[in-house]
Design a protein around this ligand. Structure first.
Ligand SMILES: [Zn+2]
Length: 299
């Protein structure tokens, strides 16, 4: 495993450091807390953050506009809470004292800011929303990896259908003569929660087929909820296993990437596993709003 260094040290050595942003799609906070994630934990402490979006589109639009999940609980730490030091600040944002952030980015979006600072922007993923220009237009290049069949929301993903399963494809596209910004949307943790690395029990597919009519909060009068507590527990544990798969794949990616780099890893939104009678995301609820966040540097 690569050595961990402090963000301040990396920033003082390199005015424009390489940056990695990973979104672990739909990963609710307690799935990350229950999972064994040595790679992520070596970045920095796992904290519970509040996300600005309840599904992939608004969450990522907020991220690319500079608003990442924010830790509102004490203690407030640099890079985790808005009250503390920030990694970067967009010039369109309210003026703040210069020592409250590291990188001054010009423009309205991270894409614009990093491009103006000379970065190459590489994106990869992910869930269905990354087939739209809305979420990919700001990248110099975007590599889509996901199931081929998006007519089925719960299409099983094969071992190759994950961007993080192909770290070589990412690393070979990064320039050596200028800084880079690498974004990856990891879909392992998104329903149907099969991660391509560990075997998923056939029971999960059966639960998902039974619960499909109420997916994404579609509980309504007259629609019988077909999932019970043991079903939700099985789905939750499948997501925990998926976070562990992401952690293993990140260990490989972090080893292969040129160092040093700054890394921010978070979920775009969480997932309801039966709370309020709901399954999925796309509506405000405690397990949808609260997401894991890790920030650190790898040297
Ligand atoms: Zn999402």
């Amino acid at each position: 495993m690569s050595a961990m260094v402090s963000i301040a040290d990396v920033m003082s050595d390199r005015p424009w450091p390489n940056i990695v942003v990973i979104t672990v799609d739909s990963c609710r906070f307690d799935s990350a807390a229950l999972a064994r994630t040595p790679t992520l934990d070596s970045l920095g402490p796992l904290r519970r953050a509040v996300t600005p979006g309840v599904f992939t589109l608004p969450a990522h639009m907020a991220f690319f506009s500079g608003y990442f999940p924010n830790v509102m609980e004490l203690p407030h730490l640099d890079y985790y809470s808005r009250e503390m030091r920030q990694l970067w600040r967009l010039s369109r944002a309210k003026q703040k004292s210069r020592d409250s952030y590291h990188l001054q980015l010009e423009g309205d979006t991270l894409w614009e800011g990093f491009r103006k600072a000379g970065y190459h922007l590489l994106g990869a993923g992910g869930v269905r929303w990354f087939l739209t220009k809305t979420l990919t237009q700001g990248f110099d290049e975007f590599l889509f990896r996901g199931p081929n069949d998006y007519s089925d929301w719960f299409a099983q993903r094969g071992p190759e259908d994950f961007a993080l399963a192909h770290p070589d494809e990412l690393v070979e596209r990064l320039p050596s003569d200028r800084p880079w910004f690498l974004f990856v949307n990891a879909l392992e943790t998104h329903a149907p929660y099969n991660n391509g690395l560990t075997q998923q029990s056939p029971e999960i597919a059966e639960i998902i087929a039974r619960g499909a009519p109420i997916w994404a909060g579609r509980t309504r009068r007259g629609l019988h909820v077909e999932l019970g507590p043991s079903d939700y527990k099985a789905l939750h544990l499948a997501q925990v296993a998926a976070v562990e798969a992401v952690d293993q794949r990140l260990a490989t990616l972090f080893d292969m990437l040129p160092k040093p780099f700054i890394a921010l890893v978070c979920a775009d939104h969480g997932e309801s596993f039966g709370e309020g009678g709901n399954w999925g995301h796309g509506f405000p609820a405690e397990p949808v709003n609260n997401v894991p966040l890790w920030v650190g540097a790898v040297g």
